[in-house]
Design a protein around this ligand. Structure first.
Ligand code: XIL
Length: 369
């Protein structure tokens, strides 16, 4: 239903996409199995990578996607064949949605949502507040007309209510902890709403907009920086004590082939101690960070081992805590890490969409789990 305002903008909430009744996790997985069972033929020239990952997993398997790439049949095919949950890599972030005049654009987020619905997949909302996004629409807000807090509530309400019934959860605050773990990041959101206030405002608005969605905080390098993990866990305790409706814990798991074995397992176990759903939310394993490039075979062997460890550690969580296992992209050439180093090969499929040793390691780990 539309509010009384003239459109989608910071100054007022917006209507929601007209979606069918909520899609249950079982339905998503069953749909994925049905899709896999119907022998969906991959696009011409796309090698068949048997079996579909989602047919082997007892939990949602996700990937991030970009809307324009879904027009590529090979890309769309990999997504629909192997995954049961989609995260918008960047089109559901403020940097894309919020225009300089404070209006919102949902075209690409809606395209990803439509693809997910078409293929019986869940959507995961990423990310409502992020220190890295401080859009002009907020920076130049005329606070005599619209309070900053009101504008944040309107934005969160607009995003979360639009995908209600399709988005199983949201990263409500993304990457709140400082890189060195010595505290929480300063951002436009913490400066205007207060360190705790930013969480309270965003989580309460998201909860009101979709009471069924699981609401997450999300951060990275938790498995490789103990001080950062400790601060993240203290933050979780504080938020729960303050009654913030935190419903899940995200562990991005952007790692690299030299990450010591057992680090991911220990981190997931520590985070699972809160009893909340865990989203392993953005896994990739760089094969060039850490200097192993000289020996690509060894780097890809270690990469495969780390993906297998992550699957096994996630599958060992209590079922009620297995929210989803998400990789941050499908083919190496789709990875954001390629922009840092074109030689990086961090994902499960190579540039041509062919399964790599990491894919085989994931399927074997899923079969064992
Ligand atoms: C990255 C995307 O992959 C890039 O395409 C974009 O330019 C910047 O953001 N942690 C996150 C993600 O939570 O949103 C980031 O995604 C990667 C790090």
């Amino acid at each position: 239903m539309k509010s009384s305002c003239e459109g989608d903008r910071l100054s007022c909430p917006t209507g929601q996409l007209n979606l069918s009744p909520p899609v249950s996790r079982r339905l998503v997985l069953a749909s994925g199995l049905a899709l896999a069972a119907c022998g969906r033929e991959p696009a011409l020239g796309q090698p068949i990578a048997e079996p579909p990952l989602k047919s082997l997993a007892n939990f949602p398997i996700g990937t991030c996607v970009r809307a324009p790439e879904l027009a590529d049949p090979a890309y769309a095919d990999l997504a629909a064949r192997h995954f049961s949950q989609l995260t918008a890599e960047w089109e559901m972030k403020m940097e894309y949605v919020v225009q300089p005049d404070g209006s919102f654009r949902f075209d690409r987020a809606d395209a990803i949502a439509a693809f997910a619905r078409q293929h019986g997949m869940r959507l995961f909302g990423h990310a409502l507040l992020w220190y890295a996004n401080e859009p002009e629409g907020f920076l130049k807000l005329d606070e005599t007309r619209q309070s900053f807090e009101g504008a944040v509530r309107n934005y969160v309400t607009a995003m979360v209510s639009r995908y209600r019934g399709l988005a199983a959860g949201w990263d409500v605050v993304n990457e709140p902890v400082m890189e060195n773990g010595e505290g929480l990041r300063e951002s436009l959101w913490s400066r205007k709403l207060g360190q705790t206030g930013q969480f309270k405002v965003a989580f309460e608005a998201a909860k009101a907009a979709d009471p069924a969605a699981v609401l997450f905080i999300n951060d990275y390098h938790l498995e490789s920086r103990p001080p950062k993990l400790r601060t993240y866990m203290r933050l979780i305790e504080q938020l729960l004590k303050a009654g913030v409706p935190l419903g899940g814990i995200g562990c991005q798991t952007h790692s690299w082939s030299e990450l010591p074995a057992g680090s991911i397992t220990a981190t997931l176990k520590a985070l699972a101690g809160f009893g909340l759903p865990i989203h392993l939310s953005e896994m990739d394993v760089s094969t060039v960070q850490g200097g192993l490039l000289a020996n690509r075979t060894e780097a890809e062997r270690r990469q495969a081992r780390l993906y297998a460890e992550a699957i096994e550690a996630f599958a060992a969580l209590p079922e009620r805590q297995q929210f989803a296992f998400t990789v941050w992209g499908m083919r190496d050439k789709d990875s954001w890490l390629k922009r840092e180093n074109a030689l990086d090969t961090p994902l499960l499929f190579d540039d041509l969409g062919r399964p790599k040793p990491a894919f085989a390691a994931v399927t074997n780990a899923l079969r064992r789990s």
